[in-house]
Write a protein that binds this ligand. Structure first.
Ligand code: GLN
Length: 286
């Protein structure tokens, strides 16, 4: 963007055009991105913008906006630029050490909440918690439950703990380590996880937002199922007799997951669809 004096509305128009050229987004979406980044720069709300489009953009704000827009034009995800993402009505801090919470994952949370009786003090594990999204959404809705959230990344766990503090959620125990490693001897009524499940050769890993996210949170072996296999194998010994395992997975992995579950003495497996109508979550009982 040139730094000559322009209004806020002109800055938005120029930015939207650059986003369209760089990413091919339709105008309406490019405008939303430009607006989100500009309001972040100005530390102002959408409501404020309605009556300030004709204000001049100060030189300092113009430079700051130029900087964040350049990051977006390089492909960096908006959530990392802003430093937060909304998930299940909660504002969550995110960083490149954490996956960016997805709307699809809200299906996993909704399925979990439908299983947890509202006044019961269930013990629940969230494996590979990342920003803490799933654990925080459940803990926030079910304050009588106790949750254990693990992650092998200390950096991610620090973000998750900070999110818990900011949201004043006090019923999560954070533990450092891979999957069940820090949960030896504990057993749960419900185990939830959004593990990495993309095949390591998948071309999507080198495209779009995924390029900026931690590979260890995305890719898992040649068929994407290495971590899911390991979680299913270990779940039985960590579930109470009528407990549930809920796993998010790829749209084409439901059958493979049912097979792995039955090979590991599951008694019942069902699949839940995402907003696009694709099998996205599997519910497993042993
Ligand atoms: N659903 C994510 C994606 O495709 C992947 C997240 C994951 O592997 N858990 O973009």
């Amino acid at each position: 963007m040139n730094t000559q004096k322009i209004t806020i509305e002109q800055a938005l128009q120029q930015a939207a055009q650059k986003i369209i050229s760089a990413s091919g987004l339709p105008l309406a979406e490019a405008r939303i991105e430009a607006r989100t980044l500009l309001l972040h720069t100005l530390k102002q709300s959408h409501a404020w913008l309605i009556s300030h489009g004709d204000d001049m953009l100060s030189e300092r704000h113009g430079q700051d906006f130029h900087h964040v827009l350049a990051r977006r034009l390089e492909g960096e995800p908006i959530a990392y630029i802003l430093g937060y993402r909304e998930f299940f009505g909660l504002q969550l801090k995110v960083s490149p050490a954490t996956l960016i919470p997805r709307q699809d994952t809200e299906i996993l949370v909704e399925t979990a909440l439908a299983l947890i009786p509202s006044k019961n003090a269930w013990h629940i594990a969230d494996l590979g918690t990342g920003s803490g999204a799933i654990a925080l959404a459940i803990a926030h809705q079910r304050p009588d439950c106790q949750l254990w959230a693990t992650d092998q990344s200390e950096e991610a766990l620090t973000i998750a703990q900070e999110n818990a503090r900011l949201l004043q959620v006090n019923n999560i125990h954070f533990r450092h380590g891979s999957w069940f490693a820090p949960l030896t001897d504990l057993s749960f009524d419900l185990i939830v996880s959004n593990p990495p499940y993309i095949p390591q050769q998948d071309a999507h890993l080198t495209q779009g937002d995924l390029r900026f996210e931690p590979l260890s949170a995305l890719a898992s072996g040649h068929d994407g199922l290495d971590d899911i296999r390991s979680i299913i194998q270990q779940s039985k010994q960590h579930l109470s007799p009528h407990g549930f395992l809920l796993l998010e997975h790829g749209f084409d992995q439901a059958q493979a997951i049912a097979n792995i579950a039955y090979e590991n003495q599951a008694s019942h497996v069902s699949h839940i669809k995402d907003l696009a109508g694709l099998d996205r979550v599997s519910q497993i009982q042993f």
